[in-house]
Design a protein around this ligand. Structure first.
Ligand code: SF4
Length: 359
């Protein structure tokens, strides 16, 4: 049959053939990942859940050391449920999207206290847990509990967009891509199918320059037949992120301890630590204004240069003021010794601020 013929292009009429081809490739080429069960072995729901939460908006390379550290420190869901939130936030520091860590803790509590430490076994039940949305619940249900429910991460969405030459833009096309995946998911190996899409998207059907010449799905792939592989998936234009500016105040004592406050529980960087900050606005506060809002009266001096950080919805620039104190002034926060700082729940942007202050 010629590449591009209709029989290859319809999920319904193409039946399960793309899935079988994909699974054959997966059996020979699957990635070894620390949370992934060996072939023929049962998946551990705790490990898969932990990895799926960490992998939201984050790469495998960035997640792997965090995953290993979490598993070593908290080897099961009950151990995680028993940990103080601050310890979890400290261990999560640097991984970003901190609401995930708070939800992780809440879910661990729920599973430990309301489900006797056993994860619910269906996507519908999993979705009731904090921080587990449609994708994550389906992925866990398919991988761990072999529920034949389609789950597409960014890799999976890309592969499906190309395989069926879906021209609608992401994220609007999501429901259609999921429906197509649901039509071809093999009921005997839904988890392997889900992971095979992830692996193919990571190794071969890459965002730029997909390696169609080595792809097991090349004969079935509509985008390849139409010469559209590099043009799909189409995406909505990204919005320009607004720029916000502010000041940070790094107070040091004679031993090098730093004064830190805890952010409010909810919202951006919730419950994480930070040096005292000004509001974030369109312009930097003038030096005289800034010093008025500094947490303590002292000899504040502005460091040259600016700390920059990108959040999902805006860019941030901060000027950094530093003051040294012979005796520690008291505030609502607390002083962290140089020994405590490495494991403190400081997000990356606040670590950048402190490094800038100490440079
Ligand atoms: S043939 Fe090319 S575009 Fe199609 S699935 Fe394979 S790598 Fe992706």
């Amino acid at each position: 049959m010629a590449i591009g013929s209709k029989r290859h292009h319809s999920a319904r009429r193409g039946g399960r053939q793309p899935a079988l081809v994909l699974l054959t490739w997966y059996d020979a080429s699957r990635r070894e990942l620390p949370w992934r069960a060996k072939p023929g072995k049962a998946s551990d729901p705790y490990r898969v859940w932990l990895s799926e939460i960490m992998l939201q908006q984050t790469t495998v390379a960035a997640v792997t050391p965090y995953y290993r550290a979490f598993l070593k420190r908290w080897p099961n869901v009950c151990a995680l449920a028993g940990a103080p939130l601050d310890d979890i936030l400290g261990a999560w520091a640097g991984l970003g999207y901190y609401s995930r860590a708070r939800n992780l803790h809440r879910t661990a509590h729920t599973v430990a206290s309301e489900h006797s430490g056993v994860f619910p076994a269906t996507a519908a039940e999993l979705r009731k847990l904090p921080g587990i949305g449609a994708y994550t619940s389906a992925a866990i249900a398919a991988i761990v509990f072999t529920e034949p429910v389609a789950a597409l991460d960014a890799n999976g969405e890309r592969v499906m967009s190309r395989l069926f030459a879906v021209k609608e833009r992401l994220p609007k096309s999501r429901a259609k891509l999921l429906a197509l995946a649901q039509q071809i998911i093999p009921h005997d190996r839904p988890g392997d199918f889900t992971q095979a899409l992830m692996d193919l998207g990571s190794a071969i059907c890459t965002p730029r320059k997909p390696v169609c010449g080595k792809c097991p799905l090349a004969r079935q792939c509509r985008a390849f037949a139409l010469g559209l592989a590099e043009k799909l998936p189409r995406k909505m234009a990204k919005r320009v992120r607004p720029l916000k500016r502010g000041a940070a105040f790094v107070a040091l004592d004679a031993s090098g301890a730093v004064y830190l406050e805890k952010r409010p529980e909810n919202g951006l960087l919730g419950a994480m630590l930070q040096p005292p900050l000004s509001k974030w606005q369109k312009i930097f506060p003038r030096a005289a204004q800034a010093i008025e809002i500094a947490p303590f009266t002292g000899k504040w001096s502005k460091r040259s240069g600016i700390v920059r950080h990108g959040f999902t919805h805006f860019e941030l620039e901060m000027e950094v003021y530093v003051a040294r104190f012979k005796s520690r002034p008291n505030g609502e926060g607390r002083w962290y010794s140089p020994d405590e700082l490495p494991s403190a729940a400081l997000p990356t942007v606040m670590r950048k601020v402190i490094s800038h202050a100490l440079a």
